[in-house]
Design a protein around this ligand. Structure first.
Ligand code: PEP
Ligand code: MN
Length: 336
């Protein structure tokens, strides 16, 4: 971190600031130019309150050189992290497809979709029991009963399950969930992030629809700082000026994340597009860009789906897509 100081401040105010910075375990390298006085701060600058530093009367400007995230930073951990979800591995060359309906609707629906996605070769089963809906009048999910049906599908198929946790009060119900999803709308629900940070269960952290990569990594940092190192990032499209599709899939985020973090990156083309016919091309693009997995919505009868029917593909379409995914994943040198 570089601190640019105001030239004409008093010696006392400089030394007061120096003492304060050094008390945080930082070393200061001073460089006196003709016009400016610079301090290079060396040490763990994540402890520094940058706004407080900027607010100091003798400080003209503060520039961060290092990223504010540590545990998620690839500099601190050069090897790819491999997350193990009940024996199913994601990351470090291991590719997985997570598939299932947007929400669990009936016992028949979830068991039929589970059987079909398992048959097609999906590694994990998804399904929402607690749904974050824009309208309070829309279907909110089967909640506890939905979770029970999903756990039953896990028992029958042997597939590890992924489902969204919306609030800290439901955490007790998620004991047997293999991968807990934190949805886009909760990416910066810091109390929720702290709570899941206390668990050992792997976390699928979706990107908030208007969040930067740095904010996303800082949210992952919350979970990791709590002791839970099993975090998978999920790019699900961001809000842009474009209205032709539900969101804009930020393909660029994948190679950027690969540089900045060691955590696995999964892409959700279903929520990114909101349109069934775009799921395949976006899946191919995600694999080519370096994703470690895909999350795809599959419904046995999309026309009557209670949530996200237009973006859901049928089990037959999923069979065909899985063939293409397998070929593409192997072309790009990953295991599936
Ligand atoms: C979902 O996965 O069903 C979902 C609600 O996703 P997102 O949080 O990305 O909107
Ligand atoms: Mn959905």
């Amino acid at each position: 971190m570089i601190v640019i100081l105001k030239k004409n401040a008093s010696k006392e105010s400089f030394s007061e600031l120096r003492t304060k910075i050094e008390s945080l375990g930082m070393t200061i390298h001073e460089s006196q130019g003709e016009e400016t006085l610079l301090w290079g701060l060396v040490g763990d600058t994540s402890k520094i309150n940058i706004d407080q530093l900027r607010a100091n009367d003798v400080v003209a400007e503060v520039r961060r050189i290092q990223e504010p995230y540590k545990a998620t930073n690839r500099r601190m951990h050069p090897e790819d992290t491999v997350v193990d979800i009940g024996g199913v591995k994601i990351g470090g060359g291991n590719f997985q497809v997570i598939a299932g309906p947007c929400s669990i609707e009936t016992a028949e629906q979830i068991s039929e979709v589970a059987r079909r996605v398992k048959g097609a070769g999906a590694g994990l089963l998804r399904g929402g029991a607690f749904k974050p809906r824009t309208s309070p009048y829309a279907f909110q999910g089967l909640e506890d009963e939905g979770l029970r049906l999903l756990l039953h599908a896990k028992e029958v198929t042997g597939l590890p399950i992924v489902t969204e946790l919306m609030g800290t009060s439901d955490i007790g119900l998620f004991r047997d969930v293999d991968l807990i999803q934190i949805g886009a709308r909760n990416m910066q629900n810091f109390r929720l992030l702290k709570e899941v940070g206390k668990l050992k269960t792997p976390i699928l952290l979706k990107r908030g629809m208007s969040n930067t990569i740095e904010e996303w990594l800082m949210s992952a940092e919350y979970i990791m700082a709590g002791g839970n190192e099993n975090v998978i990032l999920c790019e699900r499209g961001i809000r842009t000026f474009e209205t032709a599709y539900r969101n804009t899939l930020d393909i660029s985020a994948i190679p950027m994340l690969k540089e900045k973090t060691h955590l696995p990156v999964v892409v959700d083309p279903s929520h990114a597009a909101g349109i069934r016919n775009m799921v395949e091309p976006l899946s191919m693009a995600a694999i080519a860009a370096g994703a470690d997995g895909l999350m795809i919505e599959v419904h046995n009868n999309p026309a009557v789906a209670l949530c996200d029917g237009p973006q859901s593909i049928t089990p037959d379409a999923f069979d065909t897509l899985m063939e293409k995914i397998r070929k593409t994943v192997s072309f790009f040198g990953k295991n599936m």
